[in-house]
Design a protein around this ligand. Structure first.
Ligand SMILES: [Zn+2]
Length: 290
């Protein structure tokens, strides 16, 4: 299984991210190229990148499975303020360029929020922006995340994701499934096979390039988007393992975005638990007490 978690991208850049992932026993990871809530980005240091690539190779992390996440504040759905819309487009383009420099193949994007706009107009804004941004020959692909439906989020069902993907002229676009978001958007993961069948008919399973594996603090169709540690939420360990071990997703990287337990990153223990396919009900206690 290709599994890791989100990690930080700090002063040591990709090298720091790789070290953190290795400390969790992961064979992939996901990072933001800077703080997810702002657009301040440091200059990439090619020496650190090269060191990271060597370390990753030594530890069985294939760069093609490593994922970048675009900041939440990029909202391609809203063009009410043209300057902000243009800035969001330019910024996402610069993030793609940073990924290309790092050798990263996939960047996850939250499609956007309609805010005061009609959803169909918001979706058109996203399509137009992506058509300006995405180039066929980019070695990094934008992958749209399935959303929980909090507020006015776009991308809350297969139809909206399909409309965006079909509206984008380039084939260089994919999808990231998030189990917490699917649950919160109204998909009961007991019916995950049915979901995949519908997804396949409308979009194609080959478009799924990443899975965010998260439990949820809330019930199906709650439209909340609050992640919980694996097995401690409303989805539960067994259903999440059905996704993690699904034959049709076996080559797709699984990324944990579960919350810290107190001050402690849960990822080493969660990855162990997932690899053993056995729920550890004491995981939170073990983290706090050790
Ligand atoms: Zn996610």
């Amino acid at each position: 299984m290709i599994i890791g978690s989100h990690v930080s991208f700090n002063k040591e850049q990709l090298l720091g991210s790789a070290k953190e992932a290795i400390s969790y026993g992961a064979n992939t990871f996901m990072f933001y190229t800077g703080a997810p809530q702002n657009t301040i980005r440091s200059e990439l240091n090619s020496d650190l990148t090269n060191k990271a690539l060597t370390l990753m190779k030594e530890n069985g992390i294939d760069i093609k499975n490593v994922i970048c996440h675009a900041p939440y504040i990029v909202n391609l759905a809203n063009n009410i303020e043209p300057e902000k819309y243009e800035f969001a487009k330019r910024f996402l383009r610069s993030e793609i360029d940073r990924c290309i420099k790092l050798g990263i193949k996939y960047i996850v994007l939250h499609p956007g929020s309609a805010t005061k706009l009609e959803r169909s107009i918001a979706i058109d804004n996203i399509i137009n922006a992506l058509n300006d941004i995405i180039k066929d020959d980019d070695s990094c692909m934008v992958i749209l995340e399935t959303m929980a439906g909090k507020g006015t989020e776009i991308g809350v069902n297969i139809e909206e994701i399909e409309t965006i993907i079909k509206g984008v002229n380039s084939n260089n676009i994919g999808v990231c499934l998030d189990t917490c978001h699917l649950n919160d958007s109204g998909i009961d993961l007991n019916n995950f096979d049915t979901y995949l069948n519908i997804f396949d008919k409308h979009i194609g399973l080959d478009k799924i390039k990443c899975v965010h594996l998260n439990d949820s603090k809330n019930e199906v169709a709650s439209h909340k988007d609050r992640h919980e540690n694996i097995g401690f939420g409303t989805i539960g360990f067994n259903l999440l393992m059905k996704v993690a071990y699904h034959e049709k997703l076996k080559d797709v990287p699984k990324i944990l975005e579960t919350p810290y337990v107190g001050d402690y990153a849960p990822y080493k223990l969660e990855i162990e638990m997932i690899r053993n396919n056995k729920f550890n009900p004491n995981l939170k206690d073990e983290l706090i007490n050790n």
